[in-house]
Every structure is written in C-alpha cells, then in structure tokens.
Design a protein around this ligand. Structure first.
Ligand code: ADP
Length: 272
C-alpha cells in the first residue's frame, strides 16, 4: 500500500470564529500503481486532502502512512517523502523561474545533491516523458505556450522520480486541445512508468476515461469511492450534489458505447 489515511480530519482556524472543518474522518488506501481521479466541487476538501499526502499539512486528528511509516512521526524524513510523493500544484507554470527549460527541470534533482550526470539524465528523461523536445531545452520557459509551460513544470516534479504523482487540476485554464494533450500525456506516464497517479479535478468527464478509480469528495467527506462504473451508478446522488448532468450523462453514454452496463439505481453501492 503506497499511501494510507487512517481517520484523517483537518480543521482550519481551530478555536477561532473562522473554524472550518475541511476533512472529516477520511479513510483511504491508495495502492501502488493505481490511477485515481479525485473529484469534487470547489471547497469540497480536495486540495486540503492532497497536501496531507506529502506532509505539507498535518492532520488535526488521524494519521497518514507512506509505505507503512507514519509520515508525521518524529524522525520521519519529510524531504525524502516530498520527492517520492510529487505534488504538481494548480497553475504550476507560475513556479517556473530559471533562465532555461532545462535548468528549471534540473532544479529539483540538483537540490538532492545528485551527481551532474544523474541530474542531466533525469531532466532529459522527464522532459521526454512530457513531450518537450530538445530544441526547447535552452529556451526561456517564458517563451513557451501555456500548455508547454505546464508540461515543463510537470517535468520538474517527474525529475524527482516520484512513486506517487499528484496533480491538482492540471487542465485548469487550458483550451480543449491543451486539456486533452495534458491528460493523454499523464495517462502515458502512468502506463509506461507504473507510478501511482492522483488526478484532482472538478470534472467527472475529464478523468472518467483514464482512471481506475474515482474518489468523490463532498463537504470534506468521501461521498463515493470505486471504479468509474460503480461511481456513475450513483447518478442520482451525484446529481443531487451537483456533480452529474450534463457531464455524467455524457460519460455514461461513452461507457455504454464501450458495452459497460451502467445502472442508475444504487444496487452496486461501494461506499468508503
Ligand atoms: P477544494 O480543493 O476541493 O476546492 P479546499 O481543500 O481548498 O477544497 O477547501 C476545503 C474547505 O476548507 C473549504 O470550505 C475552504 O473554504 C476551506 N479552506 C481552505 N483553505 C483554507 C484556509 N487557508 N483557511 C481557512 N479555510 C480554508
């Protein structure tokens, strides 16, 4: 089991007038190699949850385990964890800062004090994975298109050789073509490298055709957790929390075309 969350809750501003419980008793296991879509409205707790997975945030109660070790225990190496559980924030291109594409991607491995050859190989490999060709290595990141910038930023995280790759709304602000390009690229990385991928999105249709599992968050809790087919069988409940029509109808249509029967009653409940 790559990651395990045991009854994790998180409260912002505890004890103040602004107290807000963002996560409520989350229990999750995330096995190696799975491709997961983490879905929910703005404010449902997705960002708070993923920041618990690489130790950026600490649960108010409960525990997070990575490969069996409690990541918030004394003596646990958080720096190592952050290279193994790579987090690509929303609009990651805002964090590009080096003078060239290559230097930007080399930045992370350099900080690990690796030999120069290893730094170079990791950067070349990561850029290749995201489809950035070598004629762009010496370009300034700021000369690139929006989609290219984002791919360079993702390469920066991939160069750390993460075992788990978490992407927070990687398609935000991209046009439909840029969106499909990024999603196809992420799918390819998952297939080729067999790493665990957690794709955060507020859109079911963005992720449904790629992922093995969908986790739906609502008001800080896990509303549904299962295969896309199982989750979509709760169409009516998804509609109630505003996560269905028209997007889900469209995806169900797709699934039907793939001859996967989708029921609309709740007989195949697989709640977390
Ligand atoms: P999502 O990523 O799904 O949009 P978030 O994890 O950002 O959701 O937010 C979950 C809840 O926590 C929301 O109600 C949000 O307003 C609240 N929240 C998020 N960040 C903070 C913060 N820094 N201080 C107080 N409340 C916050």
């Amino acid at each position: 089991m790559a990651l395990l969350l045991d009854n994790v809750s998180y409260v912002y501003g505890g004890g103040t007038a602004y107290e807000k419980q963002a996560l409520k008793n989350i229990n999750l296991d995330i096995p190696d190699g799975q491709f997961i879509g983490l879905i929910g409205h703005t404010g449902s707790g997705k960002s708070t949850l993923i920041q618990h997975l690489n130790g950026l945030m600490k649960p108010s109660s409960g525990a997070v385990y990575f490969n069996g070790a409690d990541i918030n225990a004394d003596g646990f190496h958080k720096k190592e964890l952050r290279s193994k559980v790579g987090l690509v924030f929303q609009y990651p291109e805002h964090q590009l800062f080096e003078t060239t594409v290559l230097k930007d991607v080399q930045f992370g491995p350099k900080n690990l004090n690796l030999p120069q050859l290893e730094i170079d190989l990791r950067a070349f490999d990561a850029l290749k994975m995201v489809g950035i060709t070598d004629d762009l290595y010496d370009a300034s990141p700021f000369e690139l298109s929006g989609g290219q910038k984002r791919r360079v930023a993702i390469a920066g995280v991939l160069a750390m050789k993460p075992e788990v790759l978490i992407l927070d709304e990687p398609t935000a602000g991209l046009d439909p073509m840029g969106r499909d390009e990024i999603l196809d690229q992420i799918d390819k990385i998952h297939n080729e490298r067999k790493i665990t991928v957690i794709l955060v999105s507020h859109s079911m249709e963005d992720v449904a055709k790629y992922v093995d599992r969908i986790i739906v968050m609502n008001k800080g809790e896990i509303a549904f957790d299962g295969t896309p087919k199982t989750v979509f069988s709760h169409y009516k409940e998804l509609e109630k929390i505003g996560l269905a029509a028209p997007s889900v109808t469209y995806v169900m249509h797709d699934l039907n075309q793939m001859r996967i029967p989708v029921s609309t009653d709740a007989t195949t409940v697989e709640e977390a």
